[in-house]
Write a protein that binds this ligand. Structure first.
Ligand code: PLP
Length: 465
């Protein structure tokens, strides 16, 4: 087999550190050093003590979880951000951080085809960068809870909305939802009701009739349906809840679309109609810049169609913050501290800006299409081979597979890991399943072909050539 170019890290250390828990930590002293060390010594320790424990997420053969695709402009911009060391407490504390965040959140919304309702330029909607999709989900659930109380009791004083009992509030989601949706709902003091996704067609989508039935049951018991979390690209199987199917619920429920990984695909013409529907039905939507977007960890884009929904939950101030007079108010200086929990915010917009400057939207689209083409190529190979089956549809960059028996699927995973591939087993319906998640910035077709070649070799060993 042809020798492949490996990423810069592969010569220094393996993609997949095979280490015993606790061994890495034991290489470090129990106490922090009392004297200074020269960089030469620190770099030596980096090589010998730190790198051996690193999972190389940017390696071309890293195909597990979902990618956290980074890029050269993302890394370079981080250096600038760290050197500037500015903290965006409010617009006045680092004006360019807020203003660039407004600009790039509208850029990303337009790039994905999210409509005007979610743009800052609408004056009502808009977006901000959160650490992760989980943070975005918590932001949204806390906002939804307070909003629901204020809607149900318009005479309620603002402060009192926070003290109301929310134990009858129900948030619906499928059983394929990411667990951060459950956490966020619980932390907001509401009930999470998970509904069975349709397993028939390999997509694992929530059905509107199932939701309606559940809502009717809950209403009959005196509970109050509040919100619906739709997943566009579920974590285990990349299942897609069809936002169009839930259009009729938009007046009744806060609909949040968790598109942490797969929302990036909306940038492609083929998926633009989905973004259009999301723009019409969703109250809020999240797409991660850190998964399939070349922006690196951490960055999760969160948009809401009405900023007052977040302001209602998060507005707070203090006398030590600068007072921006009304004459200075523009769409470019929202106080993001009032849109989410933290006061201090990193200048993450610079990273997104530099990624767009460097690749252009056409470069980003080519990268997304490349991932989909690679996944479809692997899917086609698997479909033609008797040793392999696909328990779920291949969507975007995720290819799921099983081998002839469950034991063979486990062996396949070990075999691929031993040959340097970053793949991991997951479970579906109580049975093992191998997930190959493509989308790494340095993963090329030749790497996917190398994976397939190893799968062919493995099938031969199993006696199914
Ligand atoms: N939602 C989905 C669909 C995901 O796939 C994931 C992680 O893979 C998350 C949420 C949580 O992501 P984060 O680590 O950004 O909180």
């Amino acid at each position: 087999m042809q020798t492949l170019k490996r990423g810069p890290c592969s010569s220094a250390h393996k993609l997949w550190p095979k280490v015993e828990a606790g061994k890495l930590a034991s290489a470090f002293d129990r106490e922090a050093p009392s004297t200074a060390s020269p960089y030469k010594d620190i770099l030596h320790k980096l090589e010998t003590k730190v790198f051996p424990g690193v999972m190389s997420w940017q390696h071309p053969l890293f195909m597990t979880y979902y990618p956290s695709s980074s890029s050269v402009p993302a890394v370079l911009s981080e250096l600038v951000v760290a050197r500037l060391g500015s903290v965006g407490l409010q617009w006045a504390s680092n004006p360019i951080a807020t203003e660039l965040e407004v600009v790039i959140m509208d850029w990303v919304a337009k790039f994905l085809g999210l409509g005007q309702a979610f743009h800052h330029s609408s004056g009502l909607g808009g977006g901000l960068i959160q650490n992760t999709a989980g943070d975005a989900m918590l932001n949204v659930m806390l906002s939804a809870r307070v909003h629901a109380h204020r809607q149900m009791q318009p005479a309620l004083a603002w402060e009192d909305a926070f003290h109301q009992d929310s134990s009858s509030f129900v948030v619906y989601m499928s059983d394929q939802v990411h667990f951060s949706a459950l956490k966020a709902t619980r932390l907001a003091g509401m009930r999470a009701r998970q509904l069975p996704a349709d397993r028939e067609n390999g997509n694992f989508a929530l059905q509107p009739s199932v939701l309606r039935r559940a809502m009717d049951e809950d209403l009959a018991q005196g509970l109050k349906p509040i919100a619906l979390i739709l997943t566009y690209g579920s974590t285990n199987t990349c299942g897609v809840d069809d936002p169009a199917a839930f259009r009729k619920f938009a007046d009744e429920l806060w609909i949040h679309v968790d598109a942490a990984y797969a929302g990036a695909a909306w940038a492609l013409d083929e998926f633009k109609p989905v973004a259009q529907v999301v723009s019409e039905v969703a109250t809020s939507v999240n797409v991660n810049g850190s998964k399939w977007f070349l922006c690196g960890f951490d960055s999760a884009f969160l948009w809401t169609r009405d900023r007052n929904l977040q302001l209602g939950a998060f507005s707070a101030s203090a006398s030590y913050l600068a007072d921006v007079s009304e004459s200075q108010e523009s769409i470019y200086n929202p106080e993001f501290k009032d849109w989410s929990v933290p006061l201090g915010r990193r200048f993450r917009a610079l990273r997104v800006w530099m990624v767009f400057e460097y690749f252009g939207s056409s470069g980003l689209r080519s990268y997304l299409q490349k991932t989909i083409d690679q996944a479809n190529w692997l899917r086609d190979c698997i479909q033609k081979h008797p040793a392999y089956e696909q328990p779920v549809l291949t969507q975007f960059g995720l290819v799921c597979m099983r081998c002839v028996t469950d034991a063979a699927t486990k062996e396949l995973c070990n075999y691929l890991q031993q040959h340097g591939f970053g793949v991991m087993l997951s479970q579906l319906g109580g049975r093992p399943m191998l997930r190959v998640a493509l989308g790494g910035s340095s993963t090329e077709q030749e790497h996917v072909e190398e994976l397939w070649q190893h799968m062919l070799d493995f099938a031969c060993h199993q006696g199914v050539p």
